[in-house]
Design a protein around this ligand. Structure first.
Ligand SMILES: *Cc1c(COP(=O)(O)O)cnc(C)c1O
Length: 841
């Protein structure tokens, strides 16, 4: 595609779509026009993909996820189309800067963090590997809240990502479906003498799908991300309206639309909120109806559902889908229980994402009954049959029955969604080796003992398109000059970079690239916070959701220790560092918010102290999101992955850092273990207790105060906090923090402190030897190939989904006349001629 073509199309969109003369176009106008220009280039592939899937007996992956943290679309589509430079050139002829236009996009932040971002990486890899796939989720009107920092504290505001319109989505009103909620069930015998159940709902809402194209890298495949929005069944309730209650009628509409209004901002805790369960059921019910519709358009009977679709549950949020498919097959399609169960169990697979008990979803029975009365009956029946099986397998083991039941009887009764997901799935996977082992030995032990053959492990991955090619164009250029650009599609090839670690001139260029990235980030930090940071200092970075188990406060204790060293001895040997933190805290998670205040308070003192501020800088960059991540990961020297061992399921931030050449300091937790094995123990800084040691220490009785008593440095650090040194003398501010650390310390900061500080000392020494550091940095990238989400998706395809690639032939609209095309389409005559192979554009 030539620069001139792009320029023409772009100007047309400024004029016809935005209704502006180029000279009057706002930043948003320019973005919208370019987005439409690019979307036009996707549509032909999108239609061709749909045709290919429709006409071939392929199996489709339905990826069900309550969150998709996609990040901005425009840049990624340019990369995958291979037209970044052509578009940059076209914009330059108009005196426009492509990067400035890209920065206008409001990212769709429809996720909290790792789990939603994983879904996004998987969508990219599925399309790149040409696997037929549909991502199903919720079109939240407000995504994850916007975070600002005021007086050092997090302040939330709504994320109005749709306010300028979303040029990527297409509303598909013709495929809207109805979803029922609440009410009661009626049992009766039908005219053929069969026992039947009728669900009489209290209300019905409409689900309208909004489709966004998901383009693979340099392929014709464009899969669909289908997000559902809730609407009222009718814009006006005419019955109420005719009674003269106009506002009452409108109110009904408002109430229905509340369903998809906002993403719940909780990460790693489960709240049991009614609207949340309604959201989960809503999108799952919409998606399953949509799959049944697609099945019907291919002329396939419902009994072949599991052959056509493989349904992946991204955590338990969509697990109610198991009961919903049973309901659809039995109540709506008249199948017998056993046949319905056979189909359901062959369709579903479940990915577990957490080892934290407080994150395991459980719904209070009365709430579940109120919203999904029919589903509760079905769950009772699944449970009764399941427990019969358990009784026979584990004869006389009554306590096992209670542990395995889908209904927990501890205090108030709850529905255990993880148990439902396991019982109704053919495959259950963890997201890193350690996580999968602990899942088998601990969280899901009883379910594992029931069906060991169902369990597997697939380590998470991230897409090298967004996280290298798009986020780090300088490094991408350097790597491709050295080893070609095959690695973008097959990240294993990046290993060819290994010998360059010993090439001084390559290392020099590597360092130059990383330095430019650091300068870019320094500018972003200055613009966002006013803090000036020195790109010559080590960028020591911890960005992720704020959570006790992730231990941002451990990193702060390290900063305070360095501060204390400098203050006690101005000549102390302390490597200059810039500590960068970013991440959101769940609005109701007070301790996490206090951790943010802890970072910003220490930053306030350190950055103002003339004796220290040229050696240590501490920054909290507000509103961490994908857009910021794309600037941060490529500019980090040190990646902080310091969760308490046994708590982080996998982590994916760790992989993004490593690919971009950051060195990791980390605990033996989640995928850190595999990361260290892959990039070599010499190029990784491990510290702290491992998962078994954590377990043993807790079992033996953990006394955090003994560490405080026996370590003068730790004591000095904690005392500074305790005396209010970082809170203007107000000792009360951080009392919950240090009380927690000295009395219970559930995340073992005291136990890991010495090891962490010692390890950081070694990090400093390594950074002081630039040759060694750059060598490690090159090797870190070179050996990160296995952490591509392409590898993860290949494993899911082989082991879980049994799905195969369907290459897409580009259909060609033979006549350029839209009129003719429309008429022919209505006649069922293809107006597209086929052009197979090649990536074309
Ligand atoms: C990768 C990513 C995460 C996950 O980070 P972890 O370090 O694995 O917790 C969270 N949020 C965003 C925006 C990300 O890009």
């Amino acid at each position: 595609m030539s620069s001139a073509t792009i320029r023409r199309a772009f100007l047309d969109h400024v004029f016809y779509t935005q209704g502006k003369l180029p000279g009057h176009a706002s930043g948003n106008d320019l973005y919208q026009a370019l987005a439409h220009t690019v979307r036009d280039r996707l549509v032909q592939r999108w239609i061709s993909t749909a045709e290919a899937y429709q006409s071939q007996p392929s199996r489709t992956v339905a990826y069900l996820s309550a969150e998709f943290l996609m990040g901005p679309h425009l840049g990624n589509n340019l990369v995958n189309l291979g037209i970044v430079e052509a578009v940059r050139g076209a914009m330059a002829t108009l005196n426009l800067d492509l990067d400035h236009i890209l920065a206008q996009e409001e990212e769709p932040g429809l996720g909290n963090g790792g789990l939603g971002r994983l879904a996004a990486c998987f969508m990219d890899s599925l399309a790149t590997l040409e696997i037929p796939a549909l991502g199903y989720g919720i079109r939240y009107e407000y995504g994850i809240f916007h975070q600002s920092i005021i007086d050092g504290m997090q302040v939330e505001s709504t994320d109005t990502w749709l306010r300028n319109g979303n040029p990527w989505e297409i509303q598909r009103s013709e495929w809207a479906v109805e979803v029922r909620l609440g009410g009661h069930t009626e049992h009766y015998t039908d005219d053929r003498g069969r026992y039947r159940v009728r669900w009489v709902p209290a209300k019905t809402v409409v689900g309208v799908p909004f489709d966004s194209p998901i383009l693979g890298y340099r392929v014709n495949t464009v899969n669909t991300l289908r997000l559902w929005r809730a609407e009222a069944t009718e814009a006006f309730d005419f019955h109420t309206f005719n009674r003269g209650d106009y506002l009452g009628a409108v109110n009904k509409k408002v109430t229905s639309e509340n369903l998809t209004k906002v993403l719940y901002p909780n990460d790693e805790t489960q709240q049991g909120k009614e609207l949340r369960l309604e959201q989960q059921y809503f999108f799952v019910a919409c998606s399953l109806q949509d799959m049944l519709r697609l099945l019907a358009t291919q002329g396939l009977p419902v009994t072949r559902f599991h052959e056509k679709f493989t349904v992946q549950l991204n955590d338990t949020h969509p697990a109610v889908g198991i009961a919903e498919l049973m309901r659809l097959l039995i109540d709506d399609h008249g199948l017998a229980w056993d046949e319905a169960w056979h189909i359901t169990r062959r369709a579903f697979a479940y990915t577990n994402h957490t080892l934290l008990p407080e994150a395991l979803e459980q719904w209070p029975l009365p709430l579940f009954q109120r919203i999904l009365p029919r589903h509760l009956e079905i769950i009772y029946e699944i449970n009764a049959r399941f427990l019969d099986e358990v009784r026979i397998r584990f004869y006389g083991d009554e306590s096992r029955l209670a542990r395995l039941s889908l209904i927990s009887e501890h205090g108030e009764r709850h529905v255990r969604m993880a148990h439902l997901a396991c019982v109704g799935s053919h495959t259950i996977n963890g997201v890193a080796e350690l996580h999968s082992r602990l899942m088998r030995e601990d969280v899901l032990k009883d379910l594992y003992e029931m069906w060991p053959e169902k369990f597997t492990s697939i380590t998470n991955g991230v897409t090298p398109r967004r996280w290298l090619a798009l986020a780090n164009p300088r490094l991408t250029r350097l790597v491709s000059e050295a080893i070609g650009d095959g690695w973008i599609k097959d990240l294993g090839q990046i290993r060819a970079l290994e010998p360059y670690a010993d090439d001084p001139s390559f290392r020099e260029r590597w360092q130059a690239v990383r330095r430019e990235n650091k300068q870019d980030l320094a500018r972003l930090v200055r613009d966002a916070t006013g803090v000036v940071v020195d790109p010559n200092s080590m960028f020591d970075v911890m960005v992720k959701r704020i959570h006790e188990y992730k231990r941002q406060h451990l990193a702060v204790l390290h900063i305070i220790a360095l501060y204390h060293r400098i203050k006690s001895d101005p000549h102390a040997d302390v490597q200059p560092r810039t500590f960068l933190f970013a991440g959101k805290a769940a609005p109701g998670y007070h301790y996490a918010k206090l951790m943010i205040r802890f970072v910003t308070s220490v930053a306030g003192v350190v950055n103002r102290d003339p004796q220290v501020r040229d050696r240590l800088k501490v920054v909290f960059l507000p509103n961490f999101n994908v857009t910021h991540g794309q600037k941060i990961y490529p500019a980090a020297d040190l990646s902080e992955q310091i969760s308490l061992a046994g708590k982080e399921a996998s982590g994916t931030g760790n992989m993004k850092f490593a690919m971009n050449g950051a060195i990791t300091i980390g605990t033996m937790d989640g995928a850190n273990i595999e990361l260290r094995d892959a990039i070599g123990a010499d190029n990784f800084f491990p510290f702290g207790l491992n998962a078994s040691e954590v377990y043993a220490l807790k079992a033996a009785g953990y006394h955090p105060s003994t560490y405080y008593d026996s370590s003068p440095e730790l004591r000095a650090v904690v005392d500074l906090i305790q005396h209010g040194f970082f809170s203007k003398g107000d000792a009360a501010v951080f009392r919950p923090l240090f009380d927690g650390l000295l009395q219970h310390d559930p995340y073992l900061l005291m136990a890991d402190f010495a090891s962490y500080l010692h390890c950081q000392q070694q990090v400093s020494a390594a950074y002081g030897d630039p040759e060694r550091w750059q060598r490690m940095s090159v090797l870190s990238s070179a050996r990160s190939g296995q952490f591509s989400s392409d590898r993860a998706i290949e494993q899911y395809c082989k082991r879980v989904w049994h799905a195969q690639a369907v290459p897409v032939c580009l259909l060609h609209r033979s006549s350029g006349q839209v009129q003719g095309a429309r008429r022919a389409e209505a006649d069922g005559i293809g107006t597209f001629s086929e052009r197979c192979g090649g990536s074309g554009s």
